[in-house]
Design a protein around this ligand. Structure first.
Ligand SMILES: Cc1ncc(COP(=O)(O)O)c(C=O)c1O
Length: 385
């Protein structure tokens, strides 16, 4: 490629083809073996992955399920959350965190985020606890694990469960529990292996983490329609099974996740340096804030706050740069939750973040030249303003 082609080459939001190319032979060999075995759902390869995952995360148990959404749903079902119950969660997160609460007939109670880390504001959790509160779902947003002790201090005296939504944060060390990674310290934790996640399947998949053997067994039953023995149902569950194919893929990728997360941190550091050198910080951009050690953030997303965010987003997309906004509308302002009665201004940090945040492309394979292109495009935008 000549330099003009490189200068104008698209920078996609992720590069799953490159990720596949790196592992092609290994993946195809194991997929081949699995295909020949005929064991397509759960089975020994799934159990091996579950054990490796739990060991990696610093949890006693792991359970593969059909998606991150189903991990949350199954965890809530295992705690018998239902009508009349309240579940506290941040409004600034992916929809599934609240959608699962609603689907069980319980009420999502929204709290705000911390403006620096975008993680759940624990002081607000304390304020929103009522006799109906059954669980809190802290979200380790964008890949940054939040400190958990302050939350446990708030909920433990009330006997309230903690379901960690670690969908975006596999491998992020919990700042005040460094032996554990996100999802491995709450009552239950949910992981997503949606293909764009740091550990991505070749389709939908997720996992539950827990240190509680009884809850593990409840989740295991709920995963197969509440059945301990085939066609005998102690309770009502769902079909939350993981495909063995996904477990095989994930098990292979799990061996690389530490290296990939480190590579993401390198990419993030380079963005920090380039954006600062370009004179864009702090006048136009605010860089991500890491509250703990570097390994508490695995940069599922590299999130800036930007002045004139929407115009900048359009400019980057026009230049074929895969920037995005996660999330443009906080959950308390979603149409489907209108009946809960929130109004504009109720959760101001989330509303402000929704208007200001911008995600730049980040993945282990992103090159220095691509990053330079992204930064040049941002500089060009503000220079012409
Ligand atoms: C914070 C959060 N929670 C839950 C989910 C749901 O995961 P999945 O897409 O695997 O159902 C996601 C993923 O998209 C997420 O980012």
């Amino acid at each position: 490629m000549d330099s003009t082609a490189t200068e104008h080459a698209p920078v996609p939001p992720l590069n799953l083809a490159a990720n596949f190319a790196e592992l092609r032979d290994e993946l195809l060999a194991e997929i081949n073996e699995l295909a020949a075995s005929g064991m397509y759902i759960l089975g020994p390869r799934t159990e091996a992955f579950e054990q490796n995952l739990a060991r990696f995360a610093g949890a006693k148990f792991g359970l593969g399920v059909s998606s991150g959404t189903d991990a949350l749903l199954c965890a809530m079902m295992a705690l018998d959350i239902g009508p009349g119950d309240e579940v506290i969660l941040p409004t600034f997160t992916f929809f599934a965190t609240a959608g699962t609460v609603h689907r069980l007939g319980a009420t999502p109670v929204f709290v705000d985020i911390r403006p620096d880390t975008y993680n759940t504001d624990v002081d607000q959790v304390a304020e929103k606890i009522t006799p109906r509160t059954r669980a809190v779902v802290p979200v380790h947003l964008y890949g940054q694990a939040m400190a958990m002790r302050p939350l446990f201090d708030v909920v433990n005296r009330h006997g309230i469960a903690v379901i960690e939504d670690a969908a975006q944060a596999i491998g992020a060390r919990i700042p005040d529990y460094p032996e554990h990674t996100a999802g491995a310290i709450g009552t239950l934790g949910a992981l997503s292996f949606y293909p764009t996640k740091n550990l991505g399947a070749m389709g939908d998949a997720g996992a539950i983490l827990t240190n509680d053997a009884k809850l593990l067994e409840r989740c295991r039953k709920i995963r197969i329609h509440g059945s301990g023995h085939t066609y005998h149902h102690d309770m009502v569950g769902g079909n939350f099974r993981i495909d063995a194919l996904q477990a095989v893929v994930l098990d292979i990728k799990l061996r690389r996740i530490e290296a990939w997360n480190t590579a993401r941190r390198t990419v993030a550091d380079r963005y920090r340096a380039l954006l600062t050198e370009a004179g864009l910080v702090p006048e136009h951009l605010t860089l991500p804030h890491v509250a703990g050690q570097p390994d508490t953030h695995v940069y599922h997303q590299f999130i800036l706050r930007a002045t004139r965010r929407d115009d900048l987003l359009k400019h980057l997309r026009d230049q074929k740069i895969g920037a995005g906004v996660y999330y443009p509308v906080p959950l308390h302002q979603q149409k489907c939750f209108e009946h809960l009665g929130y109004k504009a201004g109720d959760l101001p940090q989330s509303e402000r973040a929704a208007a200001e945040v911008l995600a730049l492309p980040i993945y282990p394979e992103l090159t220095e030249a691509q990053q330079a292109r992204v930064v040049a495009a941002i500089r060009g935008f503000y220079a012409s303003a």
